[in-house]
Design a protein around this ligand. Structure first.
Ligand SMILES: [Zn+2]
Length: 424
């Protein structure tokens, strides 16, 4: 998944060979002395080549050079002194170049590091439990590109645990809010019960304080659910008569205690999430079955019904959360009946690209981080969406999230940051 190179990666200068190395190579390759080099520099006369051979290859030699009398005693000493001087000079130059390269590298590294940490966007090393995050660090984006006119809005970092896109799985527990005011019952809503007849409800929830409630879900997803079920009934002949066969919501919101009971009584390992780690805690999830005529059989959807809801649920913001294809990632076996609300834009994209929620969270972080040039632009029907990931601050308790003036929603990802969804 990580196909985004780190734009700050320093590639300058560090591996350039020092100058003396190049000369040595040229020497080994047999370049004639003096061709591109001061005569006699770096190579003692006759050290690697017989004088005769040198003569043969260079028949014409200027008068008065150091090679004039290779065998003469006086000339030899003079040559030796000259060569030692040149060698010392070369060593000094090589040392100077090495020091210079090191200094430049140190300066570049320091500047690069400062740019990274002074920006407001610093990401954490969160993972979804499936693939390790790559710890990307991007500079603050330049205003005037796709984020023209954006300003910041402050969010407490605890808000990463709230919203339609929170990831709740074996690695990331649900953070229960202080109250249940975000919930509402499905009882009596449009389509519920025999009059209007689309669905009925399974056993509700007994709260720890003893109160009993019919099945509840987060308030803001209920109308999407009831609309979807009405259209499912209209599309599936087997559901035409409520009296013969009707849809039943068998589970919605669950308390920690309820999940504890289910977990302890689990008959098939890998179907029931451990307490605190069930998506049902979020109020964004429901389980659906079918109730048959004149008996108490609660069945799975038939093939036609299953196909319709699987293909159409994204239009209403839902995804089929656990499948055979993603069980190695989610840690939960196939559950044809378990649907999760994430919102229309995200559900549609995930279905189109065949991504489960774990993969989608990673995908946004790695490819549509606010510090990168491109958000995710995606159109569903007539509506255009712009989606991006914004990391929670690791230095402060609050995060200043860049957003446009209006028409946006912010959800936590329950891992390490926020996902902003702009509707155009
Ligand atoms: Zn479920």
């Amino acid at each position: 998944m990580n196909n985004t190179p780190n734009p700050n990666k320093n590639t300058g200068g560090a591996q350039r060979p020092a100058q003396p190395q190049v000369n040595r190579n040229a020497q080994a390759a047999g370049r004639p002395a003096g061709a591109q080099r001061p005569a006699g520099a770096q190579r003692p006369a006759g050290a690697q080549r017989p004088a005769g051979a040198q003569q043969a290859r260079r028949p014409v030699q200027p008068q008065g050079t150091q090679n004039k009398a290779p065998n003469g005693k006086k000339g030899g000493k003079k040559n030796k002194d000259f060569i030692l001087t040149v060698l010392a000079l070369v060593l000094v130059v090589a040392l100077a170049i090495t020091i210079l390269v090191c200094c430049i590298k140190a300066i570049v590294d320091t500047v690069s590091k400062n740019n990274d940490t002074t920006g407001s966007i610093v990401t954490t090393t969160g993972t979804t439990g499936t693939t390790a995050a790559t710890d990307p660090i991007y500079p603050t984006p330049v205003p005037g590109a796709w984020n023209e006119g954006f300003t910041t809005i402050s969010r407490n970092n605890n808000a990463i645990h709230e919203g339609d896109l929170i990831l709740v799985n074996g690695n990331y527990a649900y953070q229960f809010p202080e109250n249940r005011s975000h919930l509402d019952t499905l009882y009596g809503k449009t389509g519920h019960g025999s009059s209007g007849g689309v669905f009925d409800l399974g056993i509700g929830m007994t709260y720890p304080d003893g109160t009993e409630k019919p099945i509840e879900l987060s308030k803001h997803i209920i109308s999407n659910l009831t609309t979807m079920l009405s259209e499912m009934k209209a599309a599936c002949p087997t559901l035409a008569s409520y009296a013969d066969r009707h849809l039943r919501i068998v589970s919605g919101y669950r308390t920690l205690e309820k999940q504890q009971t289910l977990y302890e009584n689990e008959t098939v390992e890998g179907l029931t999430a451990k307490p605190g780690h069930s998506e049902h805690h979020t109020g964004l999830t429901f389980d659906i079955r079918v109730k048959e005529k004149d008996n108490n059989n609660i069945l799975y959807l038939n093939d036609t019904e299953q196909a319709w809801i699987t293909e159409n649920c994204a239009k209403y913001g839902f995804i089929l959360r656990y499948t055979d294809d993603n069980k190695d990632i989610t840690g939960i076996l196939n559950e044809d009946w378990h649907f999760r609300y994430v919102g229309v834009a995200h559900a549609s994209y995930m279905v189109e690209k065949d991504l489960c929620l774990e993969e989608y969270i990673d995908f946004l972080r790695e490819n549509h981080h606010y510090g990168l040039d491109e958000p995710l632009n995606y159109t569903v029907g007539e509506t255009e969406y712009t989606i991006y990931y914004f990391p929670a601050s690791v230095e402060n308790d609050t995060t200043n999230i860049y957003v446009p003036a209006a028409n946006y929603e912010i959800s936590g990802n329950n891992v390490d940051g926020f996902i902003v969804t702009i509707t155009k």
